[in-house]
Write a protein that binds this ligand. Structure first.
Ligand code: FAD
Length: 563
């Protein structure tokens, strides 16, 4: 089965559903003309289809391995990575001052979606490098920027993100890695980090680690964390990789999926590090990297779902049981729902990208708040949906879906991690109902108003679908009013179903916009009806659960759970 990047859908969404045109109308993104968008998506898609996707299976079958302290990537990955680097794809959204293309984040999200569908394990390397580039652009000194950014953007070097330790996962503030100031302004970094994605590799000449660590006498928790650049090879006076730093990969994890992506246990043994940003302000700097990565992890879920869908559709057209199985109502239901969910999640992720770009280009606080609100939704819904769709893809294959040769199982195994890393989806949902609603829900209400206004205007052409979307937005508004009046424990207990409801209402809205662009009797009109009538209604059940609050959960004691 050959993977085809969803260029047409991404293009359609950026033209009609969450338009990129206002972004391109700003001075900052004036280069993102329709011709440029077309060229980027078409060329990027071609690279994903012809060069990257053929390496996906090999990565699963022959995982990355550790040989004499060096990580060897699976066959074909080096060449595929080189093609990504040569085409400038790592720096799509990076600052042109250091060699980036300076294009909108929305286009980068679209590219990451296509790349993830082609090979999720490989995509993780540029994903983390892109996050590191953004963190350095915002927080690093001019010297660090000048030394590292051109190499990271060109793909000569790659970047990692080192937060997690055995005792510090979701609770990053518990980390113990130490940073002791040296006499020359550098710091000696010591400690163990686990689960470090692409912590070493043979695709680049240097691996640059952004490491969170604690200065002596720093305050406990997240307030006492600083961020350091710790390169594998210390750059010499000419900026070339020089002597080896005091760090090593101790081992690689054996995982359920993404076998091609090396997940490393790292040991830092007095390694030389350079401070990024201010002392004890490391979390703020790391958040720049994490926010970028969160949205693009949402795109990972969408990309893998797309690949799983394409494979399931091809199989369903081929496989005959009484008739080609694509003709059976339940199989048709599965395929239609897969396609409709992917479109909804893709629109949400691109809407988040557009909001980030508008916020950057205009400095408008409302756009920035929109981007902040949409980030956890794009991450969690994109990845939850990715698992649902990949699992349905296995189901469409029947028994063959459970057999590894088919490849359908790989998508499910690979995508499973996406709801866990970059902050679990539970943590994303808590972010949505906590930090992102510190404004008493203003950003959410603005978005819901927009949905209601648009649905109101669509009633003439789409009386049923528009009414459904309007009604859903209204119920979500009422629930949001209720929620912002509650304490955090109640909010947190309902956070995951609330996020799901929000995403479904957004998905309905974006499908309605797609239908309005093409008409009721178009393919997009029919797909909108599938989403709005069959998938969106789950928002009501999610809101009912969200409104239950925390009390009932704790009424069931730990002993009750054990009984
Ligand atoms: C393949 C892979 C790659 C990774 N790559 C990287 C990487 O490159 N860099 C890096 O730093 N880390 C990386 N990670 C680590 C990843 O980000 C963490 O696994 C993730 O943040 C969760 O932390 P944890 O595993 O310690 O789980 P825990 O924090 O122990 O969470 C366990 C469960 O408890 C829930 N939970 C925890 N705290 C709360 C709370 N306060 N409220 C409600 N629920 C809560 C979680 O949602 C989860 O369901 C990777 C992990 C894997 C498996």
């Amino acid at each position: 089965m050959t993977y085809r990047s969803p260029v047409t859908d991404i293009r359609f969404i950026l033209d009609h559903v969450v338009p990129l045109a206002p972004v391109a109308a700003t001075e900052l993104f004036a280069e993102a003309t329709p011709d440029m968008v077309e060229a980027i998506l078409t060329e990027g898609g071609k690279l994903c289809d012809e060069v990257i996707a053929p390496t996906n299976r090999e990565g699963d079958l022959t995982p990355a391995k550790l040989e004499n302290g060096v990580v060897r990537s699976p066959a074909g990955f080096k060449e595929a990575f080189a093609a990504l680097a040569e085409g400038g794809w790592i720096g799509i959204a990076a600052d042109p001052e250091h060699g980036g293309m300076g294009l909108p984040q929305a286009l980068n999200v679209g590219f990451n979606d296509m790349l993830s569908g082609a090979n999720l394990s490989l995509q993780l390397s540029p994903l983390l490098t892109q996050g590191q580039i953004e963190a350095l652009e915002h927080h690093a000194s001019d010297e660090i920027k000048a030394l590292y950014l051109p190499k990271l953007i060109s793909g000569e070097w790659s970047g990692t993100m080192n937060l997690t330790e055995p005792g510090a996962g979701s609770d990053v503030g518990a980390l113990k890695t130490k940073a002791v100031p040296n006499d020359d302004g550098t710091y000696a970094i010591s400690g163990q980090k686990i689960f470090i994605t692409w912590g070493d590799n043979d695709c680049v000449e240097n691996t640059c680690h952004l490491v969170l660590a604690r200065l002596p006498d720093a305050a406990p928790g997240t307030k006492g964390i600083s961020l350091f650049m710790v390169p594998k090879l210390i750059p010499d006076a000419d900026g070339k990789p020089g002597v080896a730093n005091s760090l090593k990969v101790v081992s690689l994890e054996h995982k359920l999926g993404i076998h091609g992506s090396p997940t490393c246990v790292m040991s830092y043994e007095g390694a030389t590090g350079w401070l990024v940003g201010e002392e004890n302000k490391g979390m703020a700097a790391m958040f720049t990297m994490m926010n970028n990565a969160r949205l693009n992890v949402g795109a990972q879920g969408i990309g893998v779902a797309e690949a799983a869908y394409q494979q399931a559709l091809a199989y369903a057209k081929d496989r005959v049981q009484f008739a080609p199985i694509v003709e059976h109502a339940d199989v048709r239901r599965m395929l239609a729902c897969m396609k409709a969910e992917i479109f909804a999640a893709r629109s949400i992720a691109l809407a988040c990208g557009v909001a980030i770009d508008m916020g950057r280009a205009t400095g408008d606080a409302n756009w920035q708040a929109r981007a902040a609100l949409l980030t956890p939704i794009a991450k969690a819904y994109g990845t939850d949906m990715g698992i649902r769709v990949a699992s349905t893809g296995v189901q469409v294959h029947g028994g063959m879906g459970f057999i590894e040769e088919t490849g359908a199982a790989q998508y499910l195994r690979d995508v499973r991690i996406t709801t866990i890393y970059e902050g679990t989806n539970g943590i994303q949902a808590m972010d949505l109902v906590g930090r992102k609603m510190m404004d008493e829900g203003k950003a959410a209400f603005r978005l819901l108003q927009e949905i209601e206004d648009e649905a109101q205007g669509a009633r003439g052409d789409f009386p049923v679908l528009a009414e459904d979307v309007w009604q859903a937005a209204e119920e979500l508004r009422e629930h949001t009013e209720w929620m912002v009046s509650r304490g955090m424990q109640d909010r947190f207990a309902g956070a995951v179903p609330y996020l799901d409801a929000f995403a479904r209402v957004l998905g309905g809205y974006y499908h309605l916009r797609a239908a309005m662009a093409e008409g009721r009797d178009s393919a997009r009109g029919h797909l909108a009806a599938v989403y709005i009538r069959r998938l969106m209604p789950a928002y009501a059940a999610s809101l009912a659960e969200a409104k239950e609050g925390a009390e009932g959960l704790y009424a069931l004691s730990v002993e009750d759970l054990e009984a």
